[in-house]
Design a protein around this ligand. Structure first.
Ligand SMILES: [Zn+2]
Length: 405
């Protein structure tokens, strides 16, 4: 059960607990088993570059964020590497060498196939759920699934008291419109000013409140347009564009749905929320915008979550485990190393966190950081290069992630 850092220090100081793991910092109690645990929820706001992950415990006095992290994905890196591989292969095949019969063309993608860059995002989050599940009594999952709830937006009266009261629905509609109209005034194109929801056919002339009759405009344009329709105001294309639904809104992010399917397969109850609701919960509770604060505010359970003002998230960066590429290639695309060769040198691997104590020389002092190994035994620790492997002590084995914060 996650506890307060002060309590952990006390337990460690009195020798009642030992350090079990550095990242995430975990201690293990020596003198007892079990004890008081509260149900913990795993909440996630999946993003394309960074995802927010938090654990929220349900104490008697209310819900409270007890652990938070921002997980940086490596989607772009994977995309770049695969592109390089594709170009090398293409170059090799187009080289005029010998005739090869074409391979048959019935190769197709498996059902549920996702591009490797998207798959890695899902696997990162899955890895962290599995890891945290080992250390904390996680009983439920909350995920932001879609950015806007298009169905509830179009039919405000189908369910939910917040929707009927209109406040939450307002958030959904506003987020949708901002996205649809590119976060700028639909008439003059100005950005960086407060934008207002604007009726294309004015309400005074029987224009409806449906999203197909709404756009966003700056205050000046809204005033100037007054009682005219968009066409009369000189913008017939806006009236036409408003009728079309936004492409992405319905066909949401396949990654999020794939993640949702994976969550369901774990057997834990999964709560889903929309981006509109997340923002509504976050602004109502007065938390600043970050991936992890968003994660804490996901879904219905995110409406009353306590976040301590000084809470800082653990920053996690996915670095990969070098498990996909079979061997390194030279710049012409030919194999340079043996397939899957071991990269361990004297028990250390590139990516391990080590502590190096160097008594003298240019690197004299203590260095803690990520190690880069070389076969000859001269390592780089953090920024200090040329440290003998005998000076290094393992702190945390490479687990595919880098940590800071
Ligand atoms: Zn304007």
């Amino acid at each position: 059960m996650p506890c307060h850092p002060a309590r952990a220090r006390e337990l460690l100081g009195k020798g009642k607990a030992a350090v079990y793991r550095r990242y995430p910092f975990t201690i293990i109690l020596k003198d007892r088993e079990g004890g008081d645990v509260q149900p913990v929820a795993f909440k996630v706001d999946p993003g394309s570059r960074t995802s927010g992950i938090v654990m929220v415990a349900d104490f008697k006095r209310g819900k409270r964020v007890i652990w938070a992290a921002e997980l940086e994905h490596r989607g772009q890196v994977i995309k770049k590497k695969l592109l390089a591989r594709r170009q090398q292969r293409r170059g090799r095949r187009h080289r005029k060498t010998r005739y090869r019969k074409p391979r048959f063309l019935n190769r197709r993608k498996e059902k549920g196939w996702l591009p490797p860059s998207l798959l890695s995002r899902i696997q990162n989050i899955a890895t962290w759920l599995i890891r945290l599940h080992r250390f904390a009594p996680i009983v439920s999952i909350s995920q932001e699934l879609v950015r806007f709830d298009t169905q509830l937006m179009e039919n405000p009266d189908i369910s939910g008291v917040e929707y009927q009261q209109g406040e939450l629905q307002g958030y959904e509609v506003r987020e949708y419109l901002l996205e649809k109209w590119g976060r700028k005034c639909a008439y003059c194109g100005i950005t960086g000013v407060p934008l207002e929801i604007e009726h294309i056919i004015p309400k005074t002339r029987n224009g409806s409140n449906r999203v197909s009759n709404l756009t966003i405009a700056c205050h000046d344009c809204n005033q100037e347009k007054g009682n005219q329709t968009a066409t009369e105001f000189g913008y017939p294309h806006i009236q036409a564009q408003a009728k079309k639904p936004m492409q992405d809104a319905a066909a949401v992010n396949s990654t999020r749905w794939a993640l949702y399917d994976w969550f369901k397969s774990t057997g834990l109850p999964v709560e889903v929320g929309t981006g509109g609701r997340t923002k509504y919960n976050r602004t109502r509770q007065g938390y600043y915008k970050a991936h992890w604060t968003d994660a804490a505010c996901v879904g219905e359970s995110g409406q009353d979550v306590f976040i301590h003002a000084q809470h800082t998230p653990l920053l996690i960066k996915a670095t990969g485990r070098q498990s996909r590429q079979m061997c390194r290639v030279d710049r012409y695309g030919f194999p340079r190393t043996k397939p899957k060769q071991s990269r361990t040198v004297h028990g250390f691997q590139t990516g391990d966190v080590v502590r190096a104590i160097v008594p003298k020389g240019k690197n004299a002092g203590t260095h803690i950081g990520r190690v880069v190994v070389r076969a000859m035994g001269s390592f780089r620790v953090g920024k200090a290069d040329g440290i003998n492997w005998k000076r290094c002590q393992s702190v945390h084995k490479n687990d595919g992630y880098e940590y800071s914060g």
